[in-house]
Design a protein around this ligand. Structure first.
Ligand SMILES: O=P(O)(O)OC[C@H]1O[C@H](OP(=O)(O)OP(=O)(O)O)[C@H](O)[C@@H]1O
Ligand SMILES: Nc1ncnc2[nH]cnc12
Length: 190
């Protein structure tokens, strides 16, 4: 049975995101969603809020970004009764892939998707835990578009509203739905 969104709201989720200063490097305030996942009520709330949003939409497949997008995306796909496609960090997928490189606040990364993972014209929901610079989500959008499929909406648990990531995604023509917004990912001076 689904938790109705009026029973719990997304503020409950925001309160369960742990902030870890100076991880993975000095100056970054890491927003850790694992406390949501490890509590069955909050994990269900997170997934059910998204199930309610998309259960009446025509979605062909959910794609999840490595790594926490796998957890949320797979649970959502299961409930929506559609398939799940992983978009993985470089070198992990065994079959033919297309790749996109991008910059993170704390380094560089490259993500890949199997070339047969989504059909041309498929309506895809793209899921990750967080949008900071938007580089990861944008790379995922580019991959899906390169397979001639459509990103119906990009979904995140948390969006940093003081970074341009969300805006960039929307300007790329993809609606972004974030359950929570937060300002500032800079850790206080040590
Ligand atoms: O909007 P962006 O600036 O691209 O940042 C967001 C990404 O950063 C984090 O993952 P990370 O790359 O740290 O990898 P991980 O999932 O392996 O922890 C997060 O889970 C997003 O995928
Ligand atoms: N501050 C942050 N916390 C968690 N994931 C991130 N990805 C990029 N910046 C991040």
């Amino acid at each position: 049975m689904l938790i109705h969104p009026e029973v719990f709201d997304a503020e409950t989720l925001a309160q369960n995101i742990r902030k870890v200063p100076h991880w993975p490097k000095q100056g970054i305030l890491f927003h850790d969603i694992t406390p949501i996942l490890q509590d069955p009520k909050h994990f269900r709330l997170l997934v059910d809020l998204l199930v309610y949003r998309y259960m009446s939409e025509k979605i062909d497949v959910v794609a999840g970004l490595d790594a926490r997008g796998f957890i949320i995306g797979a649970a959502l796909a299961y409930q929506l009764n559609v398939g799940f496609v992983p978009i993985r960090k470089k070198g992990k997928l065994p079959f033919d892939t297309v790749s996109e490189s991008y910059a993170l606040e704390y380094g560089e990364a490259c993500v890949e998707i199997h070339t047969d993972a989504v059909k041309p014209g498929a309506r895809v929901l793209l899921v990750d835990d967080l949008v900071a610079t938007g580089g990861t989500m944008q790379a995922g959008i580019n991959l899906i578009r390169r397979l001639d499929a459509e990103v119906v909406e990009a979904v995140s648990v948390l969006e940093f509203s003081d970074l341009p990531g969300g805006q960039l995604i929307r300007e790329a023509g993809v609606p972004l739905f974030s359950l929570c917004q937060s300002e500032g990912d800079m850790a206080p001076e040590a």
